[in-house]
Write a protein that binds this ligand. Sequence first.
Ligand code: GLN
Length: 505
Amino acid sequence: MSPEPIDAATIAADVQSGRRTARAVAEASLARIATTEPAIHAFLGVTADRALAAADAIDDRRANGEPLGPLAGVPIAWKDNLVCAGEIATAGSRLLEPFRAPYSATVLERLEAAGAVLIGRTNLDEFGMGSTTENSAFGPTRNPVDPTLVPGGSSGGSAAAVAALDCPLAIGTDTGGSVRQPAAFCGVTGIKPTYGRVSRYGLIAYASSLDCVGAIARNAADLRLWLRAVEGPDPADATSLRRGEAKPETADVPRDDLTGLRVGLPWQLNGPGIDEEVSAAVRTAATELERLGATVEECSLAAVAHAVPTYYLVATAEASSNLARYDGVRYGQRRDGRRLEAMMAATRSHGFGHEVQLRVLLGTFALRAGYHEELYGRATRIRDLLRREFETAFASYDVLLSPTSPVPPFPLGSRLDDPLAMYLCDALTVPANLAGIPALSLPCGSTATGRPIGLQCMAAHGNDDALLRVGELFQRQTDHHRRTADLAGDVDGAVDGNPPEAPTA
Ligand code: GLN
């Protein structure tokens, strides 16, 4: 029997009022993880002791009449590329073993300060490089909706943990779609905030000009609760937005219905190359928005045609530089070699998986002397163009809509030998990262065979609150997010074939 899906807001309210103890909530979450993990493998490590100690501390505070935080007692999982003091951090790679973090990422520190109970590290594609979680060095995660399917990636463990009802909220990171696409694949809700809205301090970097910390939950209202708790400037992250740079909720977005909301459908993100059932579900969602009072119009974003090559150039170039620090001297594993270079080469060849090596090579190629301007320089100019096109579009529209992924979730292993097909899966999500704007994925239906479909909504830079408001109003008037949650509830041991590899810690 699967448990009732309870959202984060309800848990926090119940713990604050004394209807539930944080201890009971944490124990239920840990028990659910024990039941679902053999089939799903969403976690790389469950931090039961940390969770129970945090829960007891919250219950003690309440007993002493002390105030509780807005996320009091809410079990939260975090993607294992964010460091948490005293815990192992792998980034999905063997290379970092046996690294244990000496400090906590700002986002996790702020969550704990808000009363959240951190329950475990979730699985991911190595260093965030992938779209299915199959590039994890610790075995793939499976989709709780149907364990023969991929959960998406790279935050596949976080999306699967929420979909499997292990916890109501999980932290992910999104460099090119890694929060939104797994949320879409698993039938849950995910946000990539405006670049810089949430501190990246303590995030194991992939591509620093694109990396964003985001979150996955069962609904947009919980994502707002999360954003409130963690957003804001951080002296430890020079790219975090200063106060005033992120717009507060504006009057131009309606509070109770969507009357007057101007929605644009960029045809380049809604036409060619998109699965028919996915397109149909997004068109239906657009009609639902119209019924709620929005005006919907087709529009154009020409530069998105170049988004995938631009993204893979920028991302791999930045990755080749970010990953240079894993040299066998400072972190994790070391392989022997007769000379320094041989030691480094052996360490990196053994420690990094195939996809990571491929990308480091691609990125190094893009940055090599004499070609920098021709490749990286050109990508930067396309990026500026894309940013300006979005600015122009947002002068006419509050929200731009598209599918989150051009295809619904596919079977494990089915795309592994075609990297290009895999990269094209990111076509609809990478534009928001290149432009630094906020984007949300909302469940909007499923295919005839029950595979979840996600609707992507994008808003102007700093307009995260308005975006979440649209998501909340949509979810108040529709029940797609509840239906997919039901689909995913019943995963207890229901998997045929080989069980995924056991968690390592
Ligand atoms: N799939 C994309 C990539 O492999 C996005 C990954 C991400 O957002 N971390 O780069």
